[in-house]
Design a protein around this ligand. Structure first.
Ligand SMILES: [Fe+2]
Ligand SMILES: [Fe+2]
Length: 731
């Protein structure tokens, strides 16, 4: 079981460390797609928007569509001048001719064109001038059908441009090929005039074209305000500040539609990671593997289970695996800050499942380290998670009821909030928070704007939800691991339980022994701060296997014949040792939780059944008796509580058989029993210390001595004679 759990845990941790990278490796996110997971910064990095967006911004600016307003006023005025000139020729002089000087003056006044006297005379004498001008006006009208702009600059590099018409109102996009500058329009006018009026003397045609050109004006006006707004909008789409991202900070939340900015931000984050040693795949993978192996070894030593088959391993590794899955789901599926990660649920679940302090502490440290590796991979994360989880562990020592979980919850929330604040306080930020005038309102607004206040709120909430999360997960662990939490253990200390009532009926001697053991166990457990409810439940069920053959056990024989007198030692040993397996069968059938059944299997450890082993050895020199036939199957006690039961069980039974119950005799008896088990290595697989064993010994000596103390002799007893004191007088 141990190698499987270790392998699963390492695999889950590595997946959690690289889930984001794996996702990005397989799927290249494009703008417009939805983010399948939340992308967070692996490492702290500065996102230089100007650098990242530079190319895109220039492209977007080059692609923005300029807008022109259709404004034919000036062009129409030009055409009107031509028409007026033609009309003026028609009414002046004879045959539509005008005097040269008058014509030159008219042209200068209305067209702004200076003609030489020769040109003016030539034009004045040209017989078809009116027709020529009408032809030029027709050419001009056809050119003005085009979109004519003043300057070419705004159309440079554009494929299309928009024209907004006032009447009927609307905007139409045209390819830039349909736009002409005034210069181009004039060139076109000249070319067409030459083409159409090829027979006209160029000395006549040139001034006429000059006149027409002077009236050619742009019919489109560049909309400065609207175009500036469009350019500003494009620039805003690609901002140019430098933003600092911390480890674990959200780059793009799950299910968000990815924008160009998100794409560039994620790419920049990836690039920053590639140059960072702490993000190295091999470094993190190696750290996870080594940490897990060291942790497993430490757990084995603390729980005394080198074989790795212990329940403690299953519980601790299961909690760790679930913790990594929860943390990863939190990081990948939500956009909540890393401070909100409810790390403290790990120690709380372990405490509620009745785990001892040291193993729970080591698992807590492991969970905090892995949480830091998954979420931030920096020293702040590690310190934050370590302190948060250790706080929860230290404040969860005396939990007996659900309401008592408020204490570790509140303590963890408060400590988390303080830490988040301390990580986020920078002098510069503080200075900005304090306005020049110490107005309380402004001060409050300034402080509320500080991000560390928000971080502290999330951190406090993360600490507070750890307890509800632990309580919510508890039934899952109870079901999956077959153990009972401290909240449900009381149900198994009810003497009305059918199995215990059956024990009372079928093996009353064993029942009495059980009750006596329970009293002594309570005293011993109190002496070392062990889990009293769990131990009491274990005591009640530890000998239920004796119900199958109660008569074979001394406490049920009530002074009658001993059936073992007629049996071979091996046969007797088999019957006695079998009460362990029978107890497990009865317990499993009645769905007794596994952590209570552990007391059934461990209360005799791998001890030798001495009386029958001695009997076999004394059969003679040819005896073929083997030590293994007289040993209990074990395992050895795996917890302090199981160790206490092993000691108390033997002390209670032995104390009934010795005649002297003076303190010295009781002390010798308790010492003998405990030393024998220590020498036999029965406590090698549990976390009970020598100092704790000494305290258990002292408590038991006091309790047994008190239980068998001498009482004042009643008068009727004196009359009957001291030799006939009833048994209870000595109990
Ligand atoms: Fe037993
Ligand atoms: Fe017992």
């Amino acid at each position: 079981m141990k190698p499987i759990l270790i392998t699963v845990y390492i695999a889950v941790c590595l997946f959690a460390c690289y889930a984001q990278n794996i996702n990005l490796g397989f799927f290249h996110l494009k703008p417009g797609e939805r983010a399948p997971i939340t992308f967070r910064a692996d490492r702290p990095f500065a996102f230089d928007q100007a650098k990242a967006f530079g190319g895109k911004r220039n492209l977007a600016l080059s692609q923005y569509v300029p807008l022109y307003m259709y404004s034919p006023g000036e062009a129409d005025s030009g055409r009107k001048k031509m028409a007026d000139f033609i009309a003026a020729l028609a009414v002046s002089g004879s045959g539509g001719r005008m005097d040269g000087a008058v014509l030159a003056s008219y042209v200068r006044k209305y067209f702004g064109v200076d003609l030489t006297p020769d040109q003016a005379d030539l034009l004045a004498q040209f017989p078809g001038l009116k027709n020529l001008l009408e032809g030029m006006l027709a050419i001009e009208n056809s050119i003005l059908e085009m979109k004519i702009v003043k300057e070419p600059g705004h159309l440079k590099g554009k494929a299309t441009a928009e024209v907004r018409y006032p009447e009927p109102m609307g905007t139409v996009a045209y390819p830039c090929g349909r736009f002409l500058t005034v210069k181009q329009a004039r060139e076109r006018l000249w070319r067409q005039a030459e083409k159409i009026f090829w027979q006209v003397d160029s000395k006549v045609l040139a001034p006429v074209v000059a006149l027409a050109s002077a009236t050619l004006a742009p019919n489109l006006i560049y909309d400065q305000k609207e175009n500036e707004r469009r350019i500003e909008e494009t620039i805003q789409r690609y901002p140019s500040s430098v933003i600092h991202f911390d480890s674990g900070q959200v780059l793009a939340p799950a299910r968000k539609t990815i924008t160009e900015e998100d794409e560039l931000l994620i790419a920049a984050s990836r690039k920053a990671v590639q140059t960072d040693f702490l993000a190295s795949v091999s470094w993190v993978a190696l750290a996870v593997i080594i940490l897990t192996l060291l942790y497993s070894e430490a757990l084995s030593k603390m729980t005394g289970m080198p074989s790795g088959s212990g329940r403690a391993h299953s519980i601790h590794f299961s909690v760790l695996i679930v913790s990594v899955l929860i943390f990863e789901a939190f990081l990948l599926l939500t956009s909540w800050p890393v401070n909100f990660l409810p790390i403290a649920f790990v120690p709380l679940v372990l405490v509620l499942l009745g785990q001892s302090f040291l193993p729970a502490a080591s698992t807590t440290l492991m969970a905090a380290t892995v949480a830091a590796l998954i979420s931030g991979r920096n020293i702040e994360s590690l310190i934050y998670f370590l302190i948060a989880s250790v706080t929860a562990l230290l404040f969860s020592g005396k939990i007996g009821k659900r309401s008592q979980l408020l204490v570790p919850s509140a303590a963890t929330g408060a400590v988390c909030a303080l830490m988040a604040m301390s990580f986020g306080v920078y002098w510069q930020g503080l200075r900005q928070a304090i306005p020049a005038t110490l107005d309380p309102g402004a001060l409050l607004v300034g402080i509320s704007n500080l991000s560390f206040i928000r971080d502290a709120g999330w951190a406090a909430a993360g600490g507070l939800i750890a307890a509800p999360l632990a309580v919510g997960l508890l039934p899952v662990f109870e079901f999956a691991l077959g153990v009972s939490s401290i909240f449900r253990i009381d149900a198994w200390t009810n003497l009305e339980h059918p199995i215990l009532k059956e024990l009372l009926n079928r093996a009353p001697g064993t029942y009495q022994h059980t009750m006596s053991v329970a009293g002594l166990a309570q005293v011993a457990a109190d002496a070392i701060g062990a889990n009293v409810p769990l131990l009491r439940a274990g005591v009640y069920f530890h000998d239920i296997g004796k119900m199958s053959d109660p008569g074979y056990f001394t406490e049920n024989q009530a002074g009658g014949p001993n059936p073992h007198d007629e049996l071979e030692a091996e046969h007797s040993a088999r019957i006695i040792i079998d009460h362990v397996n029978k107890g497990l069968l009865i317990g499993k059938k009645a769905r007794v939780p596994q952590n209570i059944l552990d007391f059934v299997s461990q209360h005799h450890g791998t001890l030798v059944l001495e009386c029958f082993w001695d009997k076999a050895k004394h059969r003679g020199p040819n005896t073929c008796a083997q030590d293994k036939d007289f040993r209990y199957p074990g395992p050895k006690p795996q917890s302090k509580e199981a160790a206490i039961l092993m000691i108390v069980d033997a002390v209670e039974a032995a104390s009934r058989t010795v005649p002297d119950h003076g303190r010295a005799a009781v002390e010798a008896l308790v010492r003998h029993i405990m030393e024998k088990r220590i020498d036999d290595g029965q406590f090698d697989q549990c976390d009970i210390t020598t100092e704790e064993l000494a305290r258990v010994r002292g408590a038991l000596i006091d309790a047994v001595s008190a239980a068998f103390h001498s009482r004042v002799v009643y008068p009727w007893q004196e009359e009957a004679g001291s030799d006939h004191l009833p048994a209870e007088g000595k109990n």
